[in-house]
Design a protein. Sequence first.
Length: 270
Amino acid sequence: MDTQIQTRQFGQLMIRFFDVTKQFGTKTAVNQLNLEVRAGELFAFLGPNGAGKTTSIKMICGLLKPTSGQVEIGGYSAGSSEARSCLAYVPDQPFLYDKLTGREFLNFVTQMRGMDKTHAEKKIAEMVSLFEIEGFLDELCEGYSQGMKQRLVFASALVHEPTVLVVDEPFVGLDPRSARIVKQMFVDQARRGVAVLMSIHLLSIAESLADRIGIIHQGKMIATGTLQELREKEAFGGSLEDLFLELTGGEDLINPSDKSPDAAEEEGLP
């Protein structure tokens, strides 16, 4: 087990939002959000389109600063060098350099992370085996399928042994084999003590994988807890999908045509 994870105890607070608000002009994308994710926990972050999920994730990564409140990663202010060193982020659309091979891309990432060459080679070999990418590792990324790209991006995210993993819609466009590899990876990372926050539209996967669930609606966290805790709190005995629709007033989780005023983060506003 790597040194960073050894220094983190299971249950230690790794992602923390304290009364966080984010406004874009007169529009409030996130409204006094409080959220905690601990080491060894797989947390499913759910909400309708435009609820504030993407804005929240960008604040975790330091890509956006809160209008008020505080975001901490591993006890450090989000966006600081200390926070970035323990964080891995995988967006919904994987970005690769088309004219690099997969191996060249992984080498580039380890160099950017300042990893020792010998250690980097060892970790790259581990990631290649874990994500089963040996067969296309020396091909140019421009020829990769969506599933191949996603597996390589996950390998690049984990190669520096992060203690916090944040993923946005990780199963978009994945074939069944790639999806199974990624699901098992989430479980394994959490078992190793990594804090995993997963924003996802596939409620059946969230229901089967997540230790705890958070539902955000119109910028506010309206429910957090295990699925059983949420059922008891809401006196509701149905599936996670039924519970989600009950709590959000029946709004569809996926509705690409929905362009509500609160969807600023889904439009990529700075």
